[in-house]
Design a protein around this ligand. Structure first.
Ligand SMILES: C[S@@+](CC[C@H](N)C(=O)[O-])C[C@H]1O[C@@H](n2cnc3c(N)ncnc32)[C@H](O)[C@@H]1O
Length: 418
């Protein structure tokens, strides 16, 4: 048994799926990966300061798991039954990639006449829509119960099922935050040429309720998107090449393995370090691998032993990455301090000249902590908006002092001294 699984582990590595040379040494069946492994295996991250690195590592290592959740484990069994065992309000993020109920029949032929294997798996079969809807309503209800009040859920599907899922989710009073289009530049062609090539899937991202104060790492996603506000259409290739898990004969392990890039965006945008991310249809464990990579905990549920075996090896071989996108430090809000207080505490002086980014002189600081531009005495926000010809603007990120200090940085300096 053990040898058999070691073979699989090698075959994954031989496919080049991971650059790790170390194969799995743990006795198989051990579902918990050890956090110490992080320290032994993965540390260097260019551009990331050592002291921050250590701080983050100890934060991860000291995660207490107060609700005693089965974290970093794959639960073998039926989703609905396993979800029922998870305590109320305990999960921060759910990613669900349920059966599509594709209803494919007959053999699909490529243009060269060879057979194309789509999703024909047993797990995708249902008698009819009623059965499918009842199934989806049951697992979605459980998901709602186990989410924390501020938790969110992503549900992915294609045209065959996404409308049904969206309808059920709204009926269950999930609050839709976005529907994200996963656009596939390398989608499978429509071989018969009988309709448009189906080149996307949809993800519905919802908070537990309208009132939730959910996590959205806006600045992180903006920075990862070349400093532009990220959009709801994501161009990500389908999972191919080295990333695709294959068996000894080069056959795909799973018909619908999701690309890691997709899960990277999901997890980095809507969770925090140490959060618990649950995937009720774990498959090859893409969610678990990415959660581990980015310092989140995961819980996977999957029925098929074969997928679980591969997912375990995949996750054991995964390594932790720490950087500013992972830690959420870009999201830390500057301390709340007013301009007047900065003057009072000598971080700024009345009469100081302020400039824009291009070093053009704009005005001087007044006793009120406003800017006088020779015409008007206005708050930093109104003054900067006036200069930019805009309705509103954040003045903290507009004005610089003579020595090139952005006035926003004065707030950090002020808070360090408190
Ligand atoms: C669309 S696939 C998920 C693929 C996964 N996201 C990945 O990247 O590998 C759906 C998975 O759900 C599993 N599944 C289907 N019905 C299930 C059920 N009732 N309980 C547990 N797992 C189930 C299937 O075995 C399949 O692996």
């Amino acid at each position: 048994m053990f040898c058999d699984k070691m073979e699989k582990s090698k075959s994954i590595n031989n496919m080049g799926y991971t650059t790790q040379t170390k194969l799995v040494n743990n006795p198989m069946g051990d579902k918990v990966f050890q956090k110490e492994n992080y320290q032994k295996e993965n540390y260097q991250r260019e551009n990331y300061q050592k002291e921050n690195y250590q701080k983050v590592i100890s934060q991860i290592e000291n995660f207490e798991n107060p609700q005693n959740l089965p974290i970093n484990q794959i639960l073998k069994g039926d989703s609905i039954e396993e979800l029922k065992k998870i305590p109320d309000k305990s999960i921060n993020l759910i990613f669900a990639d349920p059966p599509y109920f594709m209803q494919t029949d007959g053999v699909l032929k490529r243009t060269d006449g060879s057979n194309f294997s789509g999703v024909e798996d047993k797990w995708d079969k249902f008698e009819n829509y009623e059965e499918y809807d009842n199934f989806c309503e049951s697992w979605l209800k459980e998901c709602k119960r186990i989410l924390t009040d501020d938790g969110t859920i992503w549900v992915i599907g294609s045209f065959q099922n996404i409308y049904r899922l969206g309808y059920i989710m709204q009926n269950l009073e999930f609050w839709i935050l976005n529907d994200v289009i996963w656009s596939k530049p390398n989608a499978v062609p429509n071989f018969s040429g009988s309709r448009f090539q189906n080149s996307h899937e949809t993800m519905i991202w919802c908070s537990k309720s309208k009132k939730s104060r959910f996590t959205f790492n806006y600045k992180t996603m903006k920075k990862l998107n070349n400093n532009k506000q990220d959009k709801s259409v994501w161009d990500i290739g389908i999972c191919i090449g080295n990333e695709r898990l294959k068996d000894e004969n080069g056959k795909k392990i799973h018909s619908t393995q999701k690309p890691e890039k997709l899960l990277e965006k999901v997890i980095l945008s809507s969770s925090k370090i140490n959060d618990v991310v649950l995937d009720p249809f774990f498959g090859t464990g893409t969610t678990g691998a990415i959660a581990k990579r980015y310092g989140r905990n995961f819980i996977g549920i999957e029925r098929e032993e074969k997928y679980i075996d591969f997912a375990k090896i995949r996750i054991e071989n995964e390594t932790l990455e720490i950087n500013e996108f992972v830690t959420g430090e870009l999201e830390i809000k500057p301390p709340k301090v007013e301009m007047k207080k900065l003057i009072e505490d000598n971080f700024l002086n009345v009469g100081d000249k302020v400039f824009n980014k291009k070093k053009e002189y704009i005005g001087t600081i007044t006793e009120k902590g406003y800017v006088f531009d020779g015409e008007d005495e206005l708050s930093i926000h109104k003054s900067s908006a006036k200069k930019l010809g805009k309705q509103n603007n954040n003045g903290w990120n507009y004005f610089y002092l003579d020595d090139g200090t952005l006035i926003n940085e004065l707030r950090d300096k002020w808070s360090e001294k408190q």
